[in-house]
Design a binder for this molecule. Sequence first.
Ligand code: UD1
Ligand code: UDP
Length: 454
Amino acid sequence: MRLLISVGTRPEIIKIAPVYEALTRTKDAELLLIHTGQHYDWEMSDVFFSELGIREPDINLGIGSGSQVVQTSSIIKEIGKVIKNYEPEATMAVGDTNSVLGTAIASSKLDVPFIHVESGLRSYDFTMPEEINRRVADHLASLNFSPTVRSFSNLAEEGYPPLRIVLSGNTIVDVVKKMMGTIQKSPIIRDLGIDENEPIMTVTVHRRENADYEHRMLGIVKALEELSELTIVWPVHPRTLKRLKEFDLLDKLKSMEHLVVTEPLGYIEFLKLLSSSEVVATDSGGVQEEAVTLKKPCVILRDNTERPELVEMGFGSIAGTNPSAIVSTVRDFLYREGLKSKLEELPNPFGDGRAAVLIVEMLRRIWDLKNLRQESPRFRGGSPHYVSIKVSERIEGMTVSRLKEVTGYDVITLYDVMGRSIAFDLSTPLVRGEIIRLRGDPYNFDRLRKLIGR
Ligand code: UD1
Ligand code: UDP
């Protein structure tokens, strides 16, 4: 198994760590670990290699910061060179950053199967660079590991072959569980000069859609100012630090007596801080998952989320950046009777801490990805499981159940002539011009074509 693993940012290093570790225990695994260099400060990168016990990357591409286009295209170009030289049997990356997108594109263009970990998440918000990255990476992947049932079904609904999606859980749960013993000894709470017996709230903000907009940052700062019943700790991401200075908000934050502003923390320190908190307010994906794993209520400082599972289950709530919404959501979690015991009882939607072992086990079983790729119906004729047809006069008036009877295909969605989806049941008659999305055996399309007359 000759595998190139690519990381570029803080969360990727953290989430790949257990997979990397499990792979090193695999006898025939030959691994090349590449760092794109998207994150480069010690506290955004190096610290995690030593704390999580993975070796330094074999190659650092030194890409650094830049615009979305420049950064992504540099990653494609540089990682492409490494793929050409090293000739891996497959490449692997986790998440939705520009580094992941670059790895997915370079691999696909060089005909090397790409394995995507943490796939199928959807925010349906194309203003987010991450939504663009994850959609492209998912669909270029030869194999996707989805963390939740919802992310699995998102991919299946989009026509990605279900046989190539593995429901694995999220590797962040593995990491948190593994670190629980280690974090207890961390002196970070004392070092920050705060009292562990006072209620603590951890805050992190780094999303472009927050950090780069003054009114959104101001909303968050105002809310934190009002929440003076809490001791608030905010380890500030470098993007956010730059913006807080530009917006003249850093000094205001530093002047608040109940709030501690710090540099980004190491992983052990950060997990210790989270586990000592009563509540978490964040726009980070990884921090939301960790909050759930540690059974901490989570206030999401965004207007949408690609992790709706935690909101649906009651672990978290979307507050956006409106100060009064943030304050009331935080207080609701802080003072709600019986919340702690309720969260303790809830299962973790992100898995049970065995994702990495499962991922490596699956890789071992289906390693001959090149063969799989050639054999996939996906490469023989369009989508392997879905077909769309327009209702012609040949099938007009036929009911949904009759169509299934004669074709063997299930009707998944029915769209009217304006493209709106229509509610239907088995007795619904088909109307000429409607578009039907059907799911079934790709090798039987001929039968269907004969029936509809094309
Ligand atoms: C990136 C990812 C985001 C992920 C986040 C994890 C994309 C599009 N964004 O966002 O999905 O959640 O990483 O933290 O890939 N900077 C430093 N030192 C560093 C790294 C960055 O000072 O080590 C500063 C630079 O000013 C840079 C800015 O932070 O311009 C943003 O960095 P960048 O990697 O482009 O995006 P992130 O906001 O970190
Ligand atoms: N993290 C950390 N130190 C900090 C803040 C975050 O170690 O000061 C870790 C956190 O535990 C989580 C990861 O960084 O595992 C999340 O990274 P980030 O929020 O930058 O990115 P996202 O998960 O949103 O992509």
